[in-house]
Design a protein around this ligand. Sequence first.
Ligand code: GLA
Length: 401
Amino acid sequence: MKGKMLLIVTLFFFVIAKGQKFANLALTPPMGWNSWNTFQTNISEKLVMETADAIVASGMKAVGYEYIILDDGWMTKKRDANGNLVPDPKKFPHGMKALINYVHSKGLKFGLYNCAGTKTCAGYPGTRGYEYQDARFYARLGIDYLKYDWCYTDGIEAQEAYRTMSNALRVAGRPIVFSICEWGENKPWEWAGSVGELWRTTGDIAPVFDGYSDHDGWKQTGVMPIVDLQKGLRKYAGPGHWNDPDMLEVGNGMSTNEDSAHFSMWCMLAAPLIAGNDVRKMSKATKGILTNREVIAIDQDKAGIEGFKYKDVDSLEVWSKLLQNDDWAICFLNRSHKPVKVNFNWKDEMITDSIFNKTLNAKDNIYKIRNLWTKSNEGDTQKPLEAMLPSHDVIMLKLSK
Ligand code: GLA
């Protein structure tokens, strides 16, 4: 008995010393909603409750959206006398715990935000020096997801800061998905796989299809430049450890074509799907995009393999993603301002995933084709694909033998 205890205690300390994260979290890319892209710090319990209701009523929950995440602005500007974080009583008059219970009662999960620095990006108390105390606070509240940012971090080493928080969460004992948000500045893909479940690869996204949105001293990155910046990172992603090209901007001002191209590309990249729009009043088109089960299934494919660009011809790009059972997703993306003609003879193309050593070989095999946006079966690979593809739009297909 004594020996068994000793073994358990030793194992416990071994795990902690190694700083190992919780096992089996986010085996497919996390899905949910985050307040930042639309509401910034204008958040409240009413917003969260209505959002949770809308996620259920819209069918988003049924297709996999799970985490409701409050981003920056949920605290008061100061910790209390004991050094604890204080949820803003004006924004959350019934307390954070009651709100979390409400979200949980809907069968959803709940997430919060903080920062590795002395302050959050919006100037609220950061976690530096309070890692273990804050982790215990989150565990007591019963949160399921923590987004951990990188403002006010002068003089801090990123890997160490994120490992410390990961460890603190582990010690606090409640499994919490750890979302690392240092904007790709310290190559998190190289070290974060054992620290958290997802890591931002890039700066903040903007609801701009191509190009940037400039601010005083900093800029937000549009959808296409973010896609370009993922180059070379796919080998680091997989079940439980994902590249995060940032939250979705679907429904936030781009055209319907652009929104569906953005959503499709996030799915091709096996990216976390964290909606960032006001889901309480979304258009039919936005809802249709966010809840397309067949497109989501590409993102959520159990193999957890991030897609890659197979080729480009001018501004027409062909992306591929290897799926379980040796199926493939193929996405034709038109980045130009004009419609382009797609003419793709499957039999002339050998699409090889060199990391997983698999080839889509339509010369020697016949694949059935399913169009994931029109939701129709479109024959097989014996016939070349010929289509007009509108500007900033995609044709997204699933091929199976
Ligand atoms: C950073 C993050 C954003 C958001 C804001 C909040 O910019 O990258 O996603 O969390 O901070 O202040």
